[in-house]
Design a protein around this ligand. Structure first.
Ligand SMILES: [Fe+2]
Length: 320
């Protein structure tokens, strides 16, 4: 079994391409605007609209895997409200069309946080929108969650924003919050059942875009009981292996209040990051990685479906 994992392609369609400067326009304070620009240019990604070629290159380099998991963040989310924004939805549709043209039924897709929306880093603009959750199925044909058995392994894909909804509570529209919570009450027991029904002889491989969700999964008794059977949890979201290493180093740090919802959400996630440990977290980098390091690429896995021997994971670098 040869599995390909791609994550965070952040593809930009024409509607999003026309929004150059969208991030700084969403930050009212000049000092915060300068800080955000320095972070982008100096480390993260100078031009988020300039990397559509990377996904095509990864597809060309991986013509014939047995199975493919796309681990979320298909658009740039330049309106910060996920798929409920037509331009973002168009980007994500085009991105998934490329993946489906290349791999057809072999593709399994997981939603990222940017499919659903979240506050911009400094401006506090946007947030999750329930229409984005609806469009996940109606426009992108991505199920809320899924599982598939490959021999002795059970692969499970989960929606990290819905699982980690308590971390996004402050970003929800008040009149939409009940619908979000109802959806979470519906989906979480289904995921717990999928983990529990794997039985004692299967190894579990989880695909979860944002590791912020993991402490909330650990709190579910049926899932906690199966953690000794965990083979790996493939996350995206952090884009760069260097950021993933830093997150591990900072695990347990105190949560930071008073610097806005994004800083509070990220620092809270790091505060609880020791819970990632039993999930055996492994990052699938974004195609670009960080601008400063150019450490992006993709992930592959190989295993014998008839055996429970450990999976061989390999990270591949995409030079640019
Ligand atoms: Fe991302």
């Amino acid at each position: 079994m040869r599995l390909l994992v791609v994550s965070d392609p952040h593809w930009a369609g024409p509607g999003e391409q026309a929004r150059r400067g969208y991030e700084s326009r969403a930050i009212p304070h000049p000092l915060q605007r300068a800080l955000a620009a320095a972070w982008r240019r100096g480390f993260w990604l100078a031009d988020p609209l300039a990397h559509n070629d990377k996904l095509d290159r990864i597809l060309a380099l991986n013509p014939d895997p047995d199975l493919v998991v796309a681990n979320g963040d298909y658009s740039v989310d330049s309106a910060f409200v996920g798929l409920s924004d037509d331009a973002c939805c168009d980007s994500a549709e085009r991105c998934l069309a490329s993946l489906r043209a290349a791999y057809g039924e072999r593709l399994l897709a997981v939603p990222g946080d940017h499919e659903l929306g979240k506050h911009s880093l400094f401006g506090g603009v946007g947030g999750p929108r329930f229409e984005s959750w609806r469009r996940l199925g109606s426009r992108l044909s991505i199920p809320a969650w899924w599982w598939r058995d490959i021999g002795r392994h059970r692969l499970i894909g989960v929606p990290s924003t819905l699982v980690g909804l308590p971390a996004f509570e402050a970003e929800l529209l008040p009149d939409e919050a009940p619908a979000w919570w109802a959806e979470r009450r519906r989906v979480l027991p289904e995921i717990a059942e999928a983990v529990d029904s794997a039985g004692p002889d299967r190894r579990i491989v989880l695909f979860c875009h944002d590791p912020t969700a993991l402490p909330f999964l650990e709190a579910i008794p049926e899932i906690r009981a199966r953690l000794p059977q965990w083979e790996a949890t493939i996350i995206g979201h952090l884009h760069s292996p260097a950021i993933a290493r830093l997150a591990r180093t900072l695990a347990g740090m105190p949560a930071i209040q008073g610097l806005g919802s994004s800083v509070r959400r990220y620092s809270n996630a790091l505060h609880r990051a020791r819970a990632w440990e039993p999930f055996r977290v492994r990052l699938c980098p974004s195609p670009t990685g960080a601008q400063a390091l150019k450490d992006g690429g993709w992930l592959t896995a190989e295993w014998d479906p008839e055996s429970t021997a450990p999976i061989t994971w390999r990270r591949h670098r995409l030079p640019w």
